[in-house]
Design a protein around this ligand. Structure first.
Ligand code: ZN
Length: 215
């Protein structure tokens, strides 16, 4: 089990075990509560100035100095490799600001395909063309922008559609004036998500299929 040496804001040394990661422990000397991050957080988040916290507060600020607390962690389990000492300042602040939430550790956005399911069906007008189907799998309305490009005719168009919660919208010649043909790309984007590009192809039965483009 990994263990850490943690120094409280007043410089007292605490021994922390893995079971105490993400727990609040009290400094045995001065009783200051300290939130223990885990090693993964410590290793991946760059140090930032730590300004105040409802959790980490020294019992007595000394000599009127600015209250800037620095936690120092020594990796005794060897998990951090050659890095002997990691300054953990601000890790806890970062964790609480981002809420450890839906953005997967606060790094990067989710792809739009996490929220919108994309499929295509043959057009009733012309079965050699397709109607795009976008299903919003979330509980909130999403505004989705489609940027279509027909490589054969080098035509481009864009279409914006509002999709209600758990609702499917269809985009075809009736909606966007755009009948999907094989060998087209459609980039799907929405605020707060990473956009995803799809490409259309001709299926064995002569209809239009769609798949994610991997470039
Ligand atoms: Zn202490």
């Amino acid at each position: 089990m990994a263990s850490l040496e943690v120094f409280c804001p007043l410089g007292h040394r605490l021994q922390i075990t893995e079971a105490q990661f993400h727990q609040t422990v009290n400094c045995p000397t001065c009783n200051t509560p300290i939130v223990v991050p885990d090693l993964g957080t410590a290793a991946s988040v760059p140090p930032l100035p730590f300004i105040g916290s409802p959790v980490i507060a020294p019992a007595k600020p000394q000599g009127g100095r600015a209250m800037r607390e620095w936690l120092t962690v020594k990796d005794e389990g060897g998990i951090l490799g050659g890095i002997a000492t990691v300054v953990l300042v601000g890790v806890i602040a970062v964790a609480s600001i981002s809420g450890c939430g839906e953005m997967r550790g606060g790094r990067g956005k989710r792809p739009i395909t996490d929220a919108i399911h994309v499929s295509i069906r043959p057009s009733l007008v012309n079965s050699a063309t397709g109607v795009l189907q976008l299903r919003n799998g979330t509980n909130r309305a999403l505004t989705v922008l489609l940027q279509m490009h027909n490589k054969n005719s080098n035509q481009r168009t864009a279409h914006q559609v509002e999709i209600g919660p758990y609702t499917t919208e269809e985009i075809g010649v009736l909606e966007a004036g755009w009948a999907f043909e094989p060998n087209e790309t459609v980039e799907i984007s929405s605020t707060g998500f990473d956009s995803v590009t799809y490409k259309t192809f001709k299926t064995d039965s002569g209809t239009v299929g769609i798949t994610k483009a991997w470039w």
